[in-house]
Design a protein around this ligand. Structure first.
Ligand code: V07
Length: 256
């Protein structure tokens, strides 16, 4: 009989290989703040946008790594509501990346049975960006593998404000009373309502901040930071973060 916890699996041809997907304690949901693209470019004497383009290559690399590890949800912070403050040409370049990424990678994502999703506001995004992401979501909607969730024009406090407005509106309408409000109701009014909370947050490029990213959802997540710039972040670094996660005991504050 196959032992569910066995880390080794025998294949039909008799060879035995490590079966990472069944290895213990793989984080179900990994979220990543993909920082350091501009710094990577500056260090190489290149324009910032060259860093963004290089960072896009890392996105498909790490998607493959997450898929192969058996991660269920990979959330990538691609554009924050604060990023609008950047120079117009840089913002314009960034807004073209979803379309470029999907034009070159959607076939592989389909082959891998990956489902593309987005959190964040479509408001203020150029229509070509919205259309590219919508088409990818539609095309992959029936895929049942890894959920590749892009946080695009996302800000956590705005998300929480919207949730509170929704809930308060329902209270005002008499749908329920103030005392019915609990954590699960708040969860259900966030954009991530149909996703598990991240088990692991990775942030690249040495910054040790959450920067308005999934503040509610990260309450119990393990945090893993690296000085590596996002364009240099590799499958090996990703696997290192997973291994660190596997080694930490998750006690949720219990006194054991
Ligand atoms: C962006 C590349 C990765 C480093 C971080 C900043 C630059 C992939 C996407 C994307 C977004 C939605 C989607 C498909 C792909 C993306 C932006 C920036 C704005 F459906 N990379 N990437 N979007 N960068």
């Amino acid at each position: 009989m196959m032992n569910k916890l066995s880390k080794w699996m025998q294949k039909k041809d008799g060879s035995v290989e490590e079966n990472d997907k069944q290895a213990d304690n793989i984080p179900q949901h990994v979220a990543i703040i993909m920082d350091g693209n501009g710094r990577w470019a500056r260090r190489k004497g290149l324009p910032r946008v060259a860093g963004h383009r290089a960072g896009m290559k890392t996105v498909i690399e790490i998607t493959r790594a997450a898929d192969e590890k058996g991660v269920k949800v990979l959330t990538l912070y691609a554009f924050s509501t604060e990023n609008w403050k950047r120079p117009l040409e840089e913002v314009d370049f960034l807004m073209r990346l979803p379309g470029q990424f999907l034009a070159s990678e959607l076939d592989e994502l389909m082959d891998r049975n990956v489902q593309v999703r987005m959190v964040g506001s479509e408001e203020n995004l150029p229509s070509f960006t919205v259309e590219a992401v919508r088409r990818a979501q539609e095309r992959t909607a029936n895929n049942t593998g890894l959920i590749l969730n892009f946080a695009l024009n996302y800000g956590s406090r705005t998300e929480i404000v919207k949730a509170i407005q929704d809930i308060a509106g329902k209270v005002a309408d008499g749908a329920f009373s103030v005392s019915d409000i609990d954590e699960s109701m708040i969860h259900d009014h966030l954009e991530t309502k149909n996703l598990p909370d991240p088990d692991l947050l990775i942030r690249t490029s040495g910054e040790l901040r959450l920067s308005n990213f999934m503040l509610w959802q990260l309450a119990y997540s393990e945090l893993w930071f690296t000085d590596v710039y996002w364009p240099d972040f590799s499958q090996e670094h990703f696997n290192e973060a997973i291994a660190a996660y596997q080694q930490r005991s998750r006690r949720y504050g219990a006194l054991t």
